[in-house]
Ligand binder design. Sequence first.
Ligand SMILES: [Mg+2]
Length: 365
Amino acid sequence: MQDALHEVELLRVRLPLVAPFRTARAATFVKDALLVRVRTEAGIGWGECTAPPTPEYDGETVDGSRLALRDHLLPRAFVGAVLDDVRGANAARSALECAVLDARLRATGVSLAAWLGAARTEVDAGVAVGLTDDLDALRRVVAAYATAGYRRIKCKIEPGRDVAVLRAARAEVGPALQLAADANGTYSLDDAFRLFADVDDIGLQCVEQPCASDAIEEHAALVAQVATPVCLDETITSPVAARDALARRACDVVAVKVGRLGIEGARRVHDTCVGAGIAALAGGMLETGIGRAALLAVAALPGFTLTGDCSASERYFGIDGDLTQPFVLEAGRLRVPNGPGLGVEPIPDRLARYTVARERITRRD
Ligand SMILES: [Mg+2]
């Protein structure tokens, strides 16, 4: 049963990042996000749309998500219609799902983690390191995160900036710390084979999304022939896509993005991985504290056996720059929120400071 939806506010927020974040696909200087605040018959709830400003990552954008919500998803949601006949718009749909569920759980006093059946009270923290101008800069960044206590460091790579990056990172952190790579789908199969041959001795946790998101056959070829685990991220757009990738043995590890799959979807992909004996990790999208709370609740599920992308607020926004009370690194871990619903909400003056546009949408009979 879904609670009746009375009113929705879409808030566009822009939070300064402490440092630019560069991947093979895009550079981010400011966190540009869309928050969804719902008022349902249960009360108020929040969700965060994690689609980036530009479509290089997975085709979705924050502007497109806003329009999908305003023009297609919300009119259906207001009358209690199913949303399945709107194709795509995964990030928009996930934000709305989160907000409605948050309102329901707040009303009943249940935390999202408890509702999911996620028993962990804290999760190991991992951090993604963007592409840097040179290896000295990379070494400094990696060393700082290792010193801060992060348990896993994932380096963004692209063709031509990969093996040297990973060797420098490994030399900096030593053999014990978990190290991973993320190519964001930028390698051809031939280049990917060369990459895996060259990094075989580095002891990587995994290489995430070496080839394009729809390149299932290419990833299956890699899994069959390389030693380092292959992780899929952008490919995993739905529970069906996850089942397909697993059935075709296209990955050794699945990165589960709650911002793309939604909370129910993320749990279903998690369950599929557990059933198939495939390792999973919880992947991040530079979320503000709202999205980060959902990410941590999902990451507390037992099938996330590998350390993923759950980072402290400070890594992105500085210690006082998040929308919510900050998530703080404690001995390399982050606490899973245990308050009702997401367990966090925006701090009013921060929300006012970072909001650049807002629109209120109500049911039109
Ligand atoms: Mg990734």
